[in-house]
Design a protein around this ligand. Sequence first.
Ligand code: NAD
Length: 428
Amino acid sequence: MQSGSHNAFETAQKQFDNAAGILGLDQATRDLLRTPMREYHFSIPVRMDDGSVQIFKGFRVQHNDSRGPGKGGIRFHPLETVDTVRALAMWMTWKCAVVDIPLGGAKGGVICDPHNLTPRETEQVCRGWVRQIARNVGPLLDVPAPDVMTNPQNMLWMLDEFEAIHGGKYPGFITGKPLGIGGSQGRTEATGYGVIYTLREALKEMKIDIATTVASVQGFGNVSQYAVDLYTKLGGKILSVSSWDNTEKKSFTFRKASGVKFDELKGITDPFGGISRAKAQEIGYEVLPGDAWIEQDVDILIPAAMEHQITKDNVPKISKRVKIIVEGANGPTTTEADELIKARGIFLIPDFLANAGGVTCSYFEQVQCNMNYFWEKEEVLSKLDTKMTAAFHAVHEMSKKRNVYMRDAAYLIAVSRVAQACRDRGWV
Ligand code: NAD
């Protein structure tokens, strides 16, 4: 999704170039890592319920698989672009490397709006996407997962189509599957919980008691909901969340001075993370403009919606009280905004570290599918916590040791690991 004049792939490349410069990477490694190794663009014909045929545009981008099979979600969005998918694939490579799981980076997408599709049409988009790419993805090649506006049911239709094409059972083809059909306990919560595990560790380092903190969140989808859930369980107060209103085609912020309650808000939210304005007002939420989430008097900001939401224009609106920004979304901060945040000394937990809980749990899902033995939820979440906590501290140590911004520290670790794998394989 291209937002305003910002191009996510350019953002990702600028971030990489900066890290490559600090690391002094040789030219061949830079050339290899600043673009995807492979990408597929295809058309997905779908017979709609009214009998007409609509052609949807689909993508799969495989950025780098030197550390293992590609891994990354599939996004359904009307404003999806191949450059966004390229950026997301590249960020997946760094994400898997920073949490040190043996996977590479990939991402997929379809330009479509699931709000306007019936369940049968959505199923046909899912199956059609797999029919076009079935020979270039798979448990040993590239493993998809859910992302924006895709869900476990979509993953199951995709798995079913893949298995029909290849004639066998391949639960390791895709992650984020429903429980009981190859899914892992904790996968739904994993990304949001992972965001809060890293935040909890940052607060400990800053000697701040989480129960004294207040946060504002952008988005109320899969990532945001479970971030809100765990943060409030740990005693923090959420002052506001925002979400996209698909009827008005704009976003709104929902604020409650006494604190947002997960169950209360979830009960009035549609399957795509859209909060009902009328119902929110009925139960005492103030409804404010979409960008109000960033201007709140809070300690913590959690962007967990889309890319390029924090810009040079709205950074000046961030309250002086804000001490930490935790990037739940991929690429929520533009390059210019990043400089301003760094200059203000706000502690940033960068996207591919903060939201790595999803892919880490997806990796656990693959491991469980390979064993055909599934762990209890507590075991999954405890393993997830261990991985996220270790990754946070490794990045934080690097940031202190090299005296660099947390985003740069995360890049230094991730890019070094991937570059090393490319060298070890003799690619560069
Ligand atoms: P989702 O589709 O479940 O939810 C997206 C949320 O953002 C919804 O509440 C929607 O209303 C809101 N939104 C969309 N546009 C908005 C706008 N302009 N202003 C305010 N709110 C807006 O998606 P998700 O899975 O929660 O993903 C959110 C972000 O996290 C994306 O950047 C995604 O790539 C990233 N991410 C997701 C996962 C995962 O496991 N789902 C993992 C890692 C990263």
